[in-house]
Design a protein. Structure first.
Ligand SMILES: Nc1ncnc2c1ncn2[C@@H]1O[C@H](COP(=O)(O)OP(=O)(O)O)[C@@H](O)[C@H]1O
Ligand SMILES: [Mg+2]
Lengths: 223, 761, 79, 79
């Protein structure tokens, strides 16, 4: 099982996402933004960071990278894709997921250990969790306030496509406390919190994030 | 020749017009300094040379007022201490060997004055600058810390300055992908017109990859890479360190435009990755960051530290602005630039790596076999100087030193007669008031704006006593870092105060289970032309140097920031000390919060005396500063560190928290809130003294019930005083201090965490 | 060479905490009478003469603004 | 009620990383002919009729912009 991890200029959590892949015994494959070749990976992670500085708008420039064309194409064929934080923003900008991210309601960068509820455990990235499980994972971002038109929100809620929801505190003013959503087919997931920082209680608040990477293994094997 | 070149001041022109008046005073040079330059060159300097000397001979770059005092460091560094250093004072940053083939480099820098003018960008570029210092050693930057000082928390200007500075530190560091693992936030009236923004960075490399900033090897190429050079920050160094910085216009040496640069963390992130790939290819002979004084500094320092000769074609420098003069190109402080020395045959490989990362790289010069730095601008010589005279042989002053006239009165004004709380109600009230005071309240509002997780190696971060990162994923080897300084103690007695800062940072590292190894400092003081300030400075530096000798850990480098004052009133003397420690396996780190294991016993290590001079209690409750600071006992600090290390090695300690500002009460509240557990505590003797004294050399530890005897026996055997002060009570939702007060955790949390959000949201 | 300005604003129905923060701060600083503030982005482009309005519209819509959350206006101005 | 626009731009000699990022990206997206981009902030204020130009200028200078690194323009527009 090979999990590809994309590096754009300004990507920060690529080594962490690679480490997370290795923790579940997957092979982590580094993918370079300028190289359209996905090098035979079975799943792709678009990691966090500030691609191109996020100077225009989070994810706005990265989505045009050659590698993203290949990701969009592979996703169309059902490859599991996970967008974390800036990766989530990029997937939204690329149209793989609906909605957009705005500046946090508090106007500050927020880094905190965040409780999430697993609202949908049928996606490629959440099948290892119990439905309704509460997990603690770091959240850290400047532009994490998920927003979408009312119609889109209704659709997401109606189809059970909200995968993770903030519990307790909503750290950024996100609509409906949404922390993460999925595509209609459950193969693409984007979330603001960082499961790759919750793979070991030594360096994170818990190892609750590992479930997402294990889920991807299952998704690939059973696909 | 184009028309713009007609006005260029060349060496030939300088020789032909020896009497042409030059604006050296406006550039911050004194009459005798200017004369000295003329003597060195045997003629008047060109405009470009003048720009170069003026920035390099500024206080900030030349350390002209402080240099003579550095001998204390030298004289107090034993062979044994020296043996741990791979690079020391004089290099971009100190480097220590931490074992397993790893070298670690760390340094603290100040960016005080720009941060007052433009809080966000001033702080941001402060972080950017220190990170490049670490890169210039060949290391990968791994984490940052930010010791900060502000005026009164409720002053209107603090509301302008603090949020901007915090956002700037975070904005740059977060975007760069460096976890922020510690720092300080301190409020005092003396910083009102002059906040302190110190920034520290730590990085690591394999020992064999250490790079020093030397340009050697005739024929080697000098390559400038990173951002384009623009008109920003010109003359910044001389202005920011100039005696006339005080907010009012019109002084000499002050330009109309304050020198503030805008940082571009994205470009710096790419530059880091590019540099690391270049280091990996082993094609970098020498490297230097461009910080204050820009190319003037980089070229003269590289040449001076190497064989001495260098030739630079200045017109090749990629520019961002039109019509820049050679003097401007040389002194621009545009950020996110580096300068490397590369063998000619490696230049193509160098360029390939830069291209991959979209980093602009330009060959601007080469190493020559002469002993002059020669810079041309379209074939005309604009600089021809012995580089050592620019970079390393600047002026050196023996400033007058005088113990302040009011020092005796200050020390005589002891806090003994200040009314103290005595009834349980008063004590309870005092506890709540103290933990909510700006200097003791939770720093969460600040630190939640910093990414502490990025890179996945952060083992401890705020609010732990020290930050800790894993360096080696295989072995678990890591480092801990803490910065501290209590300026109030330093004001009362700068020698002891500086040693107390050293002791506290040392202790903070030790309570995390790491072994303290080396020291860096950032010495923030008022004007060196004030003999009273120079006395504080000399006392502090001697305190640090002699303290380090006693602790057996070397000072590997540091930074001096003078002219921190509002009008003629200096800031509290603020020698910020950073201590670096090593831990062979981060898995045995000691956390700060208690209650990880059921039934822990709480022990207080060390002795509590009636010491309230400079204490936070005297400050908060009485607005009083006087008397003497607490006694410092470095042998005791060493013993404490040894005991904590043994306790961590043998699994005898499950949590530890050092006692400092606010004393035992503060430590107990923090330990409970961080561990989210209650505790029952008993204090012997005068409860006020027990709870609020700030005696040094004390640590609160939690030990599992099963280890209690073994641990206390060890303390007794080693001669470390200890006393049992309570037990962790996971069932209880409160901190119960027998015969004093029982306060619910929720009430404590509201008091402790509410202050900064109320002030700054 | 032509000069083009693009202003990008959060859509009216989208909460604009940045603008709100400015609005809230003004009375504290002693400025009364500002009833609402919205904050957006302002771009100034130098554009070759052969870049037509359709291209500019495309740049704004696909890149400078995100139509999900933002409105935009493109204006040519005299240099 | 009056409508006031304030545009705040980085001074020409000051680095503008945001504008630069946009300018560098445009050719990659297939848009040629944009030779320079600067990015700043655009504020839209609703202002009571008794707020005079001097006050607006003061707001812009002391609060919306930092004169050390930014220029600004204040304009009244028709509602
Ligand atoms: N500006 C800051 N940036 C990052 N961490 C900070 C900052 N200020 C304080 N901290 C962290 O908050 C915690 C409490 O700070 P402090 O009370 O100064 O600790 P101590 O008294 O142990 O030195 C520490 O972990 C410290 O590193
Ligand atoms: Mg401390």
């Amino acid at each position: 099982m090979k999990i590809g991890v994309i590096t754009f200029p300004g990507t920060l959590d690529d080594t962490d996402a690679q480490r997370a892949a290795r923790y579940v015994d997957a092979e982590a494959v580094a993918l370079w933004h300028a190289d359209a070749d996905l090098h035979g990976v079975d799943a792709v992670i678009v990691p966090g960071g500030f691609s191109y500085g996020d100077y225009l708008r989070a994810g706005a420039i990265a989505r045009f990278a050659p590698v993203m064309r290949s990701v969009v194409e592979a996703a169309g064929k059902g490859m599991p894709v996970l967008g974390i934080c800036n990766g989530f923003q990029i997937l939204c900008e690329a149209g793989l997921l609906p909605g957009a991210m705005l500046r946090n309601a508090g106007l500050h960068f927020v880094c905190r250990d965040q409780w999430l509820r697993v609202e949908n455990n049928t996606t490629a990235w959440s099948s290892r969790y119990e439905q309704g499980a509460e997990i603690i994972v770091p959240v850290k971002n400047m532009d994490g306030r998920y927003t979408a038109s009312q119609a889109t929100l209704d659709e997401l809620e109606g189809e059970g496509r909200v995968v993770f929801r903030y519990v307790g505190v909503n750290p950024n003013g996100s609509c409906n406390d949404i922390a993460g959503i999925t595509s209609a087919n459950g193969r693409i997931v984007g979330l603001m919190p960082h499961p790759e920082h919750a793979i070991d209680a030594l360096t994170g608040p818990s190892d609750d994030g590992l479930g997402m990477f294990y889920s991807a293994l299952d998704a690939v094997v059973t696909a | 020749m184009t028309s713009t070149q007609v006005h260029i001041d060349t060496v030939a022109r300088a020789e032909a017009s020896p009497d042409q008046p030059q604006p050296y005073r406006e550039l911050g040079l004194k009459d005798d300094e200017y004369q000295k330059i003329r003597e060195i060159l045997g003629r008047r300097p060109t405009e470009a040379e003048l720009a170069m000397y003026s920035v390099m001979w500024s206080e900030h770059c030349s350390y002209k007022s402080s240099k003579v005092h550095f001998r204390h460091f030298k004289e107090n560094t034993t062979e044994e201490m020296r043996s741990k250093m791979l690079a020391g004072i004089g290099e971009n940053a100190g480097v220590v060997d931490i074992g397993d083939g790893w070298a670690v480099t760390f340094k603290v820098e100040s960016h005080n004055h720009p941060s007052y003018v433009e809080p966000y960008q001033g702080a941001a570029t402060g972080v950017g600058g220190i990170v490049r210092d670490i890169m210039a050693m060949g290391a990968r930057p791994l984490a940052v810390l930010d010791p900060l000082r502000f005026g009164p928390a409720d002053a209107p200007d603090t509301r302008r300055v603090l949020p901007g500075i915090v956002a700037g530190v975070g904005g740059y560091g977060n975007c760069l992908g460096l976890p922020n693992i510690g720092g300080e936030v301190v409020f005092d009236e003396s910083y009102a017109g002059n906040p302190l923004v110190n920034a520290a960075c730590v990085g690591a490399m394999r020992v064999e990859d250490l790079h020093l900033a030397h340009a050697s090897g005739t024929g080697n190429k000098v390559i400038l890479f990173g951002a384009r050079t623009g008109l920003d920050g010109i003359g910044g160094v001389s202005v920011l360190a100039s005696e006339t910085f005080s907010g009012e216009e019109g002084g000499t040496g002050r330009k109309k435009l304050p020198a503030v640069q805008v940082g571009d963390p994205f470009t710096e992130k790419v530059l880091i990755e590019c540099c690391l790939e270049l280091f990996g290819e082993r094609i970098v002979v020498g490297i230097q960051d461009l910080g204050g004084a820009g190319l003037s500094c980089a070229t003269s320092e590289l040449a001076s530290a190497g064989d001495g000769g260098m030739r630079v074609w200045l017109e090749r420098v990629p520019l961002r602005a039109e019509g820049m003069t050679p003097a401007e190109v040389l002194s621009s402080e545009s950020q996110e630039r580096m300068c490397a020395v590369v063998r000619p045959e490696d230049v193509p490989a160098f360029m390939r790596v830069c291209q991959k990362w979209d980093v602009i790289a330009t060959e601007i010069g080469e190493v020559t076999d002469g002993d002059h730095l020669v810079i041309t601008w379209h074939d005309e010589v604009v600089v021809d100087v012995p580089p050592r005279t620019v970079a390393h042989e600047g002026p050196e002053y023996h400033r007058p030193i005088a113990r302040p006239a009011d020092q005796d009165a200050l020390q005589a004004d002891v806090p003994d007669s200040l009314p103290r709380p005595s009834t349980p109600d008063e004590l309870r009230e005092t506890i709540l008031r103290m933990i909510a005071s700006p200097n003791l309240a939770s720093r969460k509002w600040v630190t939640d704006q910093y990414d502490r997780y990025v890179r996945g190696g952060t083992v401890l971060a705020q609010p732990s006593d020290s930050g800790m990162i894993r360096i080696d994923e295989e072995t678990g080897r890591g480092v801990a870092l803490a910065t501290d300084c209590n300026g109030r103690f330093c004001k009362l007695d700068p020698y002891t105060g500086a040693q107390l800062a050293l002791a506290e940072a040392y202790r903070n590292v030790a309570v995390s289970g790491a072994t303290p190894l080396a020291v860096s400092d950032c010495l923030n003081f008022g004007s060196p032309e004030d003999p009273a300030v120079m006395w504080q400075f000399e006392q502090a530096i001697r305190g640090i140097a002699e303290g380090c000798r006693e602790l057996g850990i070397p000072v590997t480098g540091g930074n001096v920031s003078f002219y921190n004052q509002t009008g003629t009133t200096a800031i509290l003397p603020t020698p910020v000390i950073a201590v670096l420690g090593v831990i062979d396996d981060v898995r045995r780190r000691i956390p700060t919060g208690i209650g990880a294991e059921a039934g822990e016993t709480l022990l207080l290590l060390g002795e509590t005396r009636d010491e309230f001079g400079g204490s936070e209690w005297a400050n908060v409750v009485h607005g009083h500063l006087g008397g003497l600071p607490p006694k410092v006992d470095l042998a005791r600090e060493k013993l404490l560190a040894d005991v904590l290390l043994a306790g961590s090695r043998d699994g005898m300690v499950s949590a530890a928290h050092d006692l400092s500002d606010g004393g035992l009460a503060q430590a107990l509240v923090e330990a409970c809130l961080l561990g989210e557990t209650g505790a029952r505590v008993f204090v012997d003797g005068d409860p006020f003294v027990q709870l609020f004294s700030e005696s040094a050399g004390r640590v609160l530890v939690a030990v599992p019930r099963t280890e209690e005897l073994r641990f206390t026996d060890m303390c007794t055997a080693r001669g470390l005083p200890w006393s049992k002060v309570g037990v962790v009570d996971p069932e209880s939702e409160s901190l119960e201090i027998q015969d004093v007060a029982t306060i619910g955790l929720a009430e404590l949390r509201t008091a402790w965490e509410g202050t900064l959000p109320a002030l700054f949201d | 060479m032509a000069r083009v300005v693009v202003d990008v604003m959060p859509k009216p129905e989208i909460l604009d905490p940045q603008g709100q923060a400015v609005a809230n701060a003004l009375p504290r600083l002693g400025f009364e009478g500002i009833t609402s503030v919205r904050q957006g982005k302002h771009f100034e482009l130098e554009v070759a003469d052969d870049v037509d309005d359709a291209t500019l519209a495309k740049i704004a819509e696909t890149f400078l603004a995100n139509p999900v959350i933002e409105d935009w206006v493109v204006r040519r101005v005299d240099a």
